[in-house]
Design a binder for this molecule. Structure first.
Ligand code: NAP
Length: 243
């Protein structure tokens, strides 16, 4: 799978699953625009570690449409085509529905779902002109199963799946595919605050009896972004150890 000089955007691409996706595309020759929102130190350390003139960093909030628009305008000054968008940015703010605050609901929906809408809308406007594109959302098995305490997160992740079904039908004629990867439990900072007892219980529910790693998610993303996946759209690929 070569992505030589393809232009790839990975939101939240400087740490966790996003960092593995960024590295995997760079390894295959792509030019990667990795975005982040708050953690400048992590992003700069990542940039230094990678040390590639094909990696570009951008700091903005995917939930703000005007910031997303500025980002697209900026990259279009130097790059005429965008080949791949990976909507990976995401947050969790778990709470039981009965006690969930307005902010816990809205911020998760704004970043995970509206962020995906903002970036996808701008990407397809650009991809339609070139009659080619790949959009991959990092949704979650939680969007299909729904875990207790994650009504906001599950709704946002199920929303990505539903949105991709509509969008894939709108753009299929123009050779743009839109798919989701649904990770199960993956070892990153996003799940580092989980209670050890809960980790034990989740692990026991996974048929493979372990959490996955970020590279295992990245492999699925690269497949869906490749030429090999040219007839796959509007669907989801679970990377969950059988969960
Ligand atoms: P992570 O390590 O917490 O990284 C989250 C990324 O999202 C960071 O790069 C962060 O940027 C970025 N981000 C947060 N808010 C943002 C905003 N407003 N605008 C733009 N970017 C923002 O999480 P992860 O585990 O790698 O998860 C990546 C994706 O996989 C998420 O969508 C998550 O829901 C999904 N997922 C993860 C798991 C898992 O078990 N880890 C399972 C299923 C699905 P900063 O670095 O600036 O904070």
């Amino acid at each position: 799978m070569s992505f030589e000089n393809q232009v790839v955007i990975v939101t939240g691409g400087t740490r966790g699953i996003g960092a593995s996706i960024t590295k995997s595309f760079l390894d295959q020759g792509a030019i990667v625009h990795a975005t982040y929102a708050n953690n400048t130190k992590k992003a700069e350390d990542f940039y230094q570690d990678i040390n590639s003139d094909k990696l570009f960093l951008h700091k903005f909030d995917v939930s703000k449409f005007d910031e997303c628009e500025n980002f697209f305008n900026e990259i279009h000054k130097s790059f005429e085509q965008i080949h791949v968008l990976v909507n990976n940015s995401g947050i969790r703010k778990d709470n039981l529905t009965a006690t969930m605050t307005d902010d816990e609901w809205s911020s998760v929906l704004d970043i995970n779902l509206k962020g995906t809408f903002n970036m996808s809308k701008l990407a397809v406007l650009s991809m339609m002109k070139k009659r080619y594109g790949r959009i991959i959302n990092i949704s979650s098995i939680g969007g299909a199963l729904g875990l207790p305490g994650q009504a906001n997160y599950a709704a946002s992740k199920a929303g990505q799946i539903a949105m991709s079904k509509s969008l894939s039908k709108e753009v299929a004629k123009r050779k743009i595919t839109v798919n989701n990867v649904l990770p199960g439990f993956i070892e990153t900072e996003l799940v580092s605050d989980l209670d050890p007892e809960l980790v034990k219980s989740y692990t026991s529910q996974v048929p493979m009896k372990r959490f996955g790693n970020a590279n295992e998610v990245a492999h699925a993303v690269l497949f869906l972004a490749s030429e090999n996946a040219s007839y796959i759209t509007g669907t989801s690929l679970e990377v969950s150890g059988g969960l």
